[in-house]
Design a protein around this ligand. Structure first.
Ligand code: FPP
Length: 224
């Protein structure tokens, strides 16, 4: 979801104003996903690398996250959204961790939309952690090294048990994966949209879905 900073700079506003507007775009996109019967939506809200931003901006972002979870929980629950967090949540302040856990518990039975929010998420760190778990289990005799296959690794990622993404959308004209779902997106269709995240809405989401629908997906096989 990038472009918040540029959106604010173009208006001579502080970056926080762009992040606030970005939170409104999050709301619109969740509504659009439900409207289009998308079953799973994962939003990259905060990367492992984002901790390296100036302390003021990190604190603005964690503050916005705290506010967002508290103010949106009732609406998400009402709309039938199941919220889950992927990422190193332990790096956030304890009260935010508690709010996130409560939001996950409150919405656990919802089925209209599975919403994953990637927070302090980095794909390489996630894969390395899975490899560490596999190594430890093998060392302790709980896992046969010869049985380590793709499913074994997938089962040890934050996304264990979830489907791989079919479509990956990047906003603001950037054309990179930036350490997002590298393993899971092996066969995802990539759509790059030249719109800053705070301006994102239903029409952009619908356009991305239309672009996806027009693709021929072969998963490495020859056309039939
Ligand atoms: C990237 O834009 C955006 C972020 C690092 C933060 C994303 C956060 C939100 C959209 C709002 C909060 C969302 C939730 C779910 C609470 P950037 O700052 O890198 O902008 P730039 O690419 O123009 O520099």
């Amino acid at each position: 979801m990038d472009g918040n900073g540029r959106w604010a700079a173009a208006r001579h506003l502080p970056r926080l104003a762009g992040h606030r507007e970005g939170a409104r775009a999050v709301r619109r996109t969740i509504e659009a996903a439900i409207h289009h019967h998308v079953g799973w939506l994962t939003l990259y809200a905060f990367s492992s690398e984002n901790w390296r931003r100036p302390a003021g901006e990190v604190s603005d972002l964690t503050g916005l996250l705290r506010h967002y979870v508290r103010s949106e929980l009732a609406e998400l629950a009402r709309a039938g959204v199941r919220l889950r967090v992927i990422g190193e949540r332990a790096r956030f302040p304890a009260d935010i961790q508690a709010d996130l856990a409560a939001a996950e518990a409150t919405t656990a039975a919802n089925t209209a939309l599975n919403l994953n929010v990637a927070l302090s998420y980095g794909s390489r760190a996630e894969i390395a952690a899975a490899a560490r778990r596999i190594a430890a289990e093998a060392r302790d005799g709980r896992l046969d090294p010869d049985a380590v296959d793709e499913a074994a690794l997938s089962a040890r990622l934050f996304t264990a048990g979830m489907p791989d993404p079919d479509l990956l959308i990047r906003t603001s004209g950037e054309q990179r994966l930036s350490n997002f779902l590298l393993w899971q997106a092996a066969y995802a269709e990539l759509v790059f949209q030249d719109v800053l995240w705070p301006d994102y809405g239903e029409s952009h989401f619908a356009a991305a879905l239309a672009s996806f629908a027009a693709r021929e997906r072969r998963f490495g096989a020859r056309p039939g």
